[in-house]
Write a protein that binds this ligand. Structure first.
Ligand SMILES: Cc1cc2nc3c(=O)[nH]c(=O)nc-3n(C[C@H](O)[C@H](O)[C@H](O)COP(=O)(O)O)c2cc1C
Length: 272
């Protein structure tokens, strides 16, 4: 894979494809990669590739696609974050092959996708994505959608990373130490680009929290903003792995005072 920073900063959601099928070679590489995807929660996420025409699959915001990928996970504690983490690993690897994706939770005929994926009782299929090569020019609809959610911008680090408590933005040497990881997290994708992750640093621990907004939880999708936190966690952990570190991810709430609108998700332990 190319440098993670290039992949993360170069990636964008692709909603207009060039109409060509994913090559056999790329498909094999992607399938081999997703077979090996795991997440720190130890919850398996199953991937299914489905031919758009064969299964009559489409999305009103996507054009020129021939293939879809869906992710399935057993419902339960941490299923959302696990899903976000694993699906994002797939998204980043696909981009490294030149394959575009878009996380889609809402703009689709959900029953059709769930049926095609063979969803069973007790499982959920929170999001799917088209897979294909980006068209040279974005459709008008795609350009408008990006503008609508400010897709080319992100929150500044001061609004996302904190030192010990939520009143103190991470600054100085502590911020400098993880400057590259901060950038990787800032540029992660999220539902309507809300970036609902907040990270409180305490020594070598980085506690990940969800900043909840209304309207992001349904039985079919789970908590989309916890999925977002799983995505941010994925970028942070992959950044550490690239440096040769072996971060441990644990779920042990440190009990730091947070408002009701926030929820603790997981902690990354950075060993030296
Ligand atoms: C969990 C999740 C759900 C999303 N659902 C949709 C969707 O239903 N339709 C859509 O067009 N984009 C969807 N997106 C894509 C976001 O709008 C997009 O990632 C965000 O605006 C940032 O843009 P970028 O991915 O180009 O960086 C979703 C993203 C995530 C992470």
């Amino acid at each position: 894979m190319a440098a993670l920073k290039e992949i993360v900063k170069g990636r964008r959601s692709v909603r207009t494809f060039d109409g060509n099928p994913v090559s056999q070679e790329d498909r094999e590489k992607l399938c081999a990669y997703i077979d090996g995807i795991t997440n720190p929660f130890g919850i398996p996420v199953e991937f299914v590739l489905l031919d758009a025409e064969e299964y009559g699959l489409s999305s009103p915001v996507i054009s020129g696609e021939k293939l879809y990928i869906e992710g399935k996970v057993r419902k339960g504690p941490y299923a959302d974050a696990a899903f976000g983490y694993s699906f994002e690993r797939m998204v980043l690897y696909a981009w490294s092959l030149g394959i575009g994706t878009t996380w889609i939770a809402g703009t689709m005929k959900r029953e059709l996708f769930e049926k095609a994926a063979g969803l069973k009782d007790g499982e959920m299929m929170p999001c799917m994505s088209p897979l294909g090569y980006p068209a040279k020019k974005k459709s008008v609809r795609e350009a408008l959608m990006r503008k609508g959610v400010g897709a080319d911008a992100r929150k500044p680090a001061e609004k996302l990373f904190f030192d010990g408590n939520l009143d103190t933005p991470l600054a100085g040497a502590k911020k400098e130490k993880i400057a590259d990881l901060i950038e990787l997290v800032r540029w992660a994708p999220s539902a309507v680009n809300k970036q609902p992750w907040r990270i409180i640093a305490a020594d070598s621990l980085y506690h990940f929290y969800e900043k909840k907004d209304k309207g992001f939880v349904t039985a079919a999708t789970g908590d989309l903003q916890k999925i977002d936190v799983g995505i941010a966690l994925c970028h942070f952990v992959m950044g550490l792995e690239e440096k040769g570190a072996q971060p441990a991810v644990v779920t042990a709430d440190p009990g730091i005072l947070i408002p009701d609108s926030m929820e603790y998700v997981a902690t990354v332990q950075v060993n030296a």
